[in-house]
Design a protein around this ligand. Structure first.
Ligand code: NDP
Length: 334
């Protein structure tokens, strides 16, 4: 089997030399374990945090340790009655072509007709639940709200905007990093307005896109985006603080929003959250999202990179905006 290890902690942007691809003997499964051949693996922004020694909600990886992450695959050998050979499963030991996993740590998944299994790494998986919990629980979205989402063309952001539209937002505004992404948001995902954050000050671009202000902000980016949203909020505005990717590769602390005083005056609610604490929403989320996928009202785009050898390149591209929708590494056909 082949697997990716972290061999040096990235300083700033991760580079190829921070990682190595190693070959290992495939261990035989012990009682209760299954062997899973990877079909697709996920690369996600939170993995940048695990590469760093700094304390964060997900533990740091040790140097020389094989990295982990979401993956889907097929069971090719089983020593568990619960998960038979041939089953399609989701598990947490990505970054390798073959994984030996305790059966109790895998979930058996059913592919939706005509749709790729990798959707369990995106719209039907962790990023989908993040969008759902953040918008509907943390930001307490209500019909008629004007919503702004940063990182809007990514895995989480593209779903937040569509969920808000499908549940009756009065206005959905998104920001993203290229003109193509902005066009996609407006023309294919039904956003009311979208802008490229490279085109000026985010505060000015947001005022032009939402002249009457916003009620809900879903933040994937932080920094200047959060400051702009605080400025644009109406009274009793609500924000779900999901991530702050603009600072993940920073080597010095980024400047915070300079207008935190408005939080008081406008009586805002800003809540940080971790998707793992909202797993109780999963049945409701899967029900809503499978319905929208099957009736065609939800676009679940993926950017697919081929082959385990390209996994680090895919991760590096993710951090610099090389994806539209969910970034996925495909190792084998479904
Ligand atoms: P995305 O698919 O959105 O990919 C990351 C995107 O970030 C890139 O495509 C790029 O798009 C954008 N980006 C990179 N650098 C910057 C920058 N300096 N300023 C603005 N945008 C930037 O990833 P996910 O959807 O998986 O994750 C989105 C966010 O949600 C991340 O912050 C992540 O950490 C967070 N998250 C939090 C969870 C939680 O439980 N709280 C769970 C899952 C994700 P562009 O071209 O637009 O710049």
């Amino acid at each position: 089997t082949r697997e990716w290890q972290l061999v040096r902690r990235p300083h700033g942007e991760p580079v190829a030399e921070d990682f190595r691809l190693v070959s290992a003997e495939r261990p035989d499964p012990a009682d209760g374990e299954v062997v899973v051949q990877t079909i697709a693996m996920s690369v996600d922004p939170y993995m940048r945090g695990r590469m760093s020694a700094a304390k964060s909600y997900a533990a740091s990886w040790e140097l020389g340790e094989t990295m982990q992450g979401g993956a889907v695959g097929q069971v090719v050998a089983s020593r568990s009655d619960a998960v038979p050979e041939g089953a399609l499963v989701l598990h947490g030991l990505g970054w390798r072509d073959v994984a030996v996993v305790p059966a109790k740590h895998v979930s058996v998944v059913e592919p939706l007709p005509g749709l790729p299994l990798s959707l369990y790494l995106g719209v039907l998986g962790m990023p989908g639940l993040t969008a759902y919990a953040g918008l509907f629980r943390l930001a307490d979205f209500r019909e008629g709200d004007a919503v702004f989402v940063s990182g809007a063309a990514g895995a989480v952001g593209s779903l937040v905007g569509q969920f808000a539209r499908l549940r009756g937002a009065s206005r959905v505004v998104g920001s993203a990093g290229t003109p193509e992404k902005v066009r996609w948001l407006r023309e294919e995902l039904g956003f009311s307005a979208a802008f490229d954050y490279h085109d000026g000050k985010v505060a000015d671009l947001l005022t032009a896109a939402a002249p009457d202000g916003i009620d809900v902000f879903f933040d994937n980016v932080g920094g200047e985006h959060l400051e702009a949203a605080i400025g644009a909020f109406r009274t009793y505005g609500r924000a779900a603080l999901c991530g702050s990717i603009s600072g993940y590769n920073a080597t010095t602390a980024p400047p915070g929003p300079r207008n935190l005083g408005f939080i008081v005056g406008k009586q805002l609610t800003l809540r940080g959250f971790i998707v793992g604490s909202h797993a109780d929403l999963r049945p409701e989320f899967v029900g809503a999202v499978s319905g929208w996928l099957q009736d065609g009202s939800l676009v679940a785009r993926e950017t697919v990179v081929d082959g385990l050898d390209s996994a680090v390149d895919a991760f590096r591209a993710l951090l610099s905006g090389g994806n539209t929708g969910k970034m996925v590494v495909r190792l084998a056909p479904d």
